[in-house]
Design a protein around this ligand. Sequence first.
Ligand SMILES: Cc1cc2nc3c(=O)[nH]c(=O)nc-3n(C[C@H](O)[C@H](O)[C@H](O)COP(=O)(O)OP(=O)(O)OC[C@H]3O[C@@H](n4cnc5c(N)ncnc54)[C@H](O)[C@@H]3O)c2cc1C
Length: 455
Amino acid sequence: MHKSKILIIGGSAAGIVTGITARRSDKNAEITLLRKEEKVCVPCAIPYIFGTLCSTDKDIIPDALLSKNDIKLVKGEAISIDRKQKIVQLKSGESLNYEKLVLATGALPIIPAIPGANLNNVFSIKKDVDYINKILNVLKKVKNVVIIGGGFIGVEFADEFKKKGLNVTIVEMLPHCLQLVFDSDFCIQAEKKLSELAVNIVTNSKVVKIIGEQTVQGVELSNGKQISCDMVLMGIGVVPNVKLAREAGLRIGQTGSVWIDQYLRTSDENIFAAGDCAEKISFFTNKPTKLKLASIATWEARIAGSNLKKLEMNQKGVIGVFSTVIRDLTLCGVGLNEEQATELGLDLIIGNAITMDRHPGCMPGAIETKTKLIFDSETKVLIGGEISGGLTSGEIINVLSVFISTKATILDLVTFQMGTHPALTASPIAYPIVKAAEDALNKQATYSQQKKKIV
Ligand SMILES: Cc1cc2nc3c(=O)[nH]c(=O)nc-3n(C[C@H](O)[C@H](O)[C@H](O)COP(=O)(O)OP(=O)(O)OC[C@H]3O[C@@H](n4cnc5c(N)ncnc54)[C@H](O)[C@@H]3O)c2cc1C
């Protein structure tokens, strides 16, 4: 019997899940996964290595996931793809052939082109165990850290560094931290929590220079102000790692990622791409978006992995579900926020609710939950949501993602059948999704009368 030959380049979220899915749909395939690293860290937990886990050894994806699924692991770096011969050349001189190839080569940190970016004790966030160990060592000797970038990653690092007693300053160029995902009221709540933890926050400011002779001594901001520090961490985003694809002549999309069709095929029908290296299309606008998340990478990997044998699944665009936590405050967002939806020219109905995440509200551990739901006023369909509160918010946001993907309306959310328990959830009388949807329903009546934006 012919055994199909699948080669996956990339050993992180997208690569592993593509392999597992491919095995599920083809028990006989010969599946090989090629990756550069000796060990792969759980990328999303990298911040937690610094204050919670305190060791890279505790943040490793087990290779047993591969062996259990009969996926052959090859450690090495791919340097070129010969699409005609269907051969991948490795740096070691070896080569691997394939019938179907999957690119899951991920993304690389953006290093800003500013003076001093190459000084000692200036780090970016690399998914590389040796590099992270180097940061862990330096952290033992420093006191003052500047984090450039107040997105999820910057904020999570700040919280972890504070657990180690460091003096931490976040420099963010936007008016607020976390502003790429949340509307201002949620950003302000996050900043208040960071301030309670004694994190210094400098917004509306860009770092234009990193100061020092050999080792960093401070940063200079766009307004000329200087902040002294003995370590800098840059968390300002990533660029897709498309070198292999570009050099192989594959089409590159508008966002600089590998172009893919709805089946996750690249411009070569025998090569698929998934994860941070692959271009994403927005569920809402049908246009390319720069969203990059592990949850998206694994969603794509499940689609690509299924399609390797037979084209049977297609993608309908990325919704984007974000979660983060600053000490005891969870913040989650899904889909479009109010500002993004307004920029798209949509009229909105916004439902708000403040509820408790246990019932009665005096139950131990009960935390206030703030919910904001964003509906398109024409269709009454849910297009976004934001939640802050306790740990349960992290799953409530996933429920909202399902509602968005099924194009649920205000009424669908008001009549949503949930399960509740005093020690686990909000009360069925004041369930956050339902309460916020009811608020939107009340506003919908007003909207119908006035035909204007109601918030
Ligand atoms: C600090 C941090 C926190 C994050 N937190 C979250 C979170 O909470 N939730 C969330 O959804 N997302 C989070 N993300 C984003 C998430 O980590 C990425 O979206 C995810 O890792 C993408 O997975 P990937 O497999 O596409 O790429 P990557 O994780 O970048 O992996 C790429 C793989 O390809 C390999 N590779 C590349 N080129 C070659 C080559 N030429 N030859 C061989 N191997 C190669 C690499 O070595 C690596 O194994 C976080 C990211 C960071 C950095």
